[in-house]
Design a protein around this ligand. Structure first.
Ligand code: ZN
Length: 262
């Protein structure tokens, strides 16, 4: 499944398959959390094309239903952040649903299903593209509209909170330290002003945290972030997790969560 992803997605964690063997199970005092990382729900636009990052709505609904049936507990990002300091405060086998880039199709395709199943979620948006289009992956993925401020406010009112995906959707490894700090701080400032809600979580574009994880973590911490997410990997035990290098399960139409998580 990971093999279908473009090479530019430099997941810095092991692939889903390899990580599967490391998923902690039934460890006393542990808090196993699966963070799902989606991009686009529904079909490509008429002038676009299919890619692994589109999950059809019927598949999306089924993936979430399977999780709930298997005893996973959906949580919101606030509960997730609180659990970093108090892992015992969460039920074991919690799940956090996330979306990257903030495609406007989330409003019509993902939000109704999440609301029906009573599943909160997070969308990570690059602030320079709010109300624009995904020019950052032009040619690799079909052009799509990114949520505007009204869309983000509507999603927040329906259980999908907006958090940071940087300003320009840049890979951290391509930026100097000052530019990395700018991505972290400026996106947080813009989102906090625009939505009036705290921004505590960051998702690295392309899962790329750069070549100096301790410095990156220090920049995130100094800005007030409490957690940062990579792209790829499996479930994680929050009591042992590195909060600024958290794995997420890359979700595509062929991702079999039951097989992956047990
Ligand atoms: Zn992205």
């Amino acid at each position: 499944m990971i093999a279908n992803q473009p090479k530019r997605y430099r997941a810095t964690y092991p692939s889903n398959v390899r990580y599967r063997d490391q998923v902690p199970r039934d460890v006393k005092g542990s808090a196993t959390v699966a963070v799902l990382s989606y991009h686009k729900i529904g079909d490509p636009p008429e002038d676009g094309w299919e890619s692994w990052y589109y999950v059809p709505t019927v598949v999306f609904r089924k993936q979430l239903q399977v999780l709930v049936e298997d005893g996973w507990h959906p949580i919101d990002h606030g509960s997730f952040v609180a659990a970093l300091d108090d892992p015992a405060g969460l039920p074991d086998r919690s799940v956090l649903v996330t979306f990257d880039d903030g495609y406007q199709s989330l409003v019509a395709e993902a939000a109704p299903i999440l609301e029906e199943l009573v599943i909160p979620s997070v969308v990570f948006v690059p602030t320079a593209y709010i109300g624009g289009r995904n020019d950052f992956d032009a040619g690799d993925e079909p052009a799509e509209t990114i949520c505007g401020w009204d869309d983000l406010a509507w999603l927040a009112a329906h259980g999908m909170a907006t958090q940071s995906h940087g300003v320009h959707h840049h890979a951290m490894s391509e930026l100097d330290p000052a530019a990395r700090r700018h991505e972290v701080e400026e996106s947080q400032r813009v989102l906090t002003e625009g939505l009036g809600a705290p921004v505590r979580c960051f998702a690295f574009p392309y899962g790329d945290e750069g070549d100096d994880p301790p410095m990156m973590a220090a920049a995130l911490r100094a800005a007030g972030y409490r957690a940062a997410f990579l792209y790829g990997g499996g479930a994680t035990d929050l009591s042992r997790a590195d909060r600024y290098r958290l794995p997420r399960i890359a979700m595509g139409p062929d991702t079999d969560l039951r097989a992956l998580l047990g």
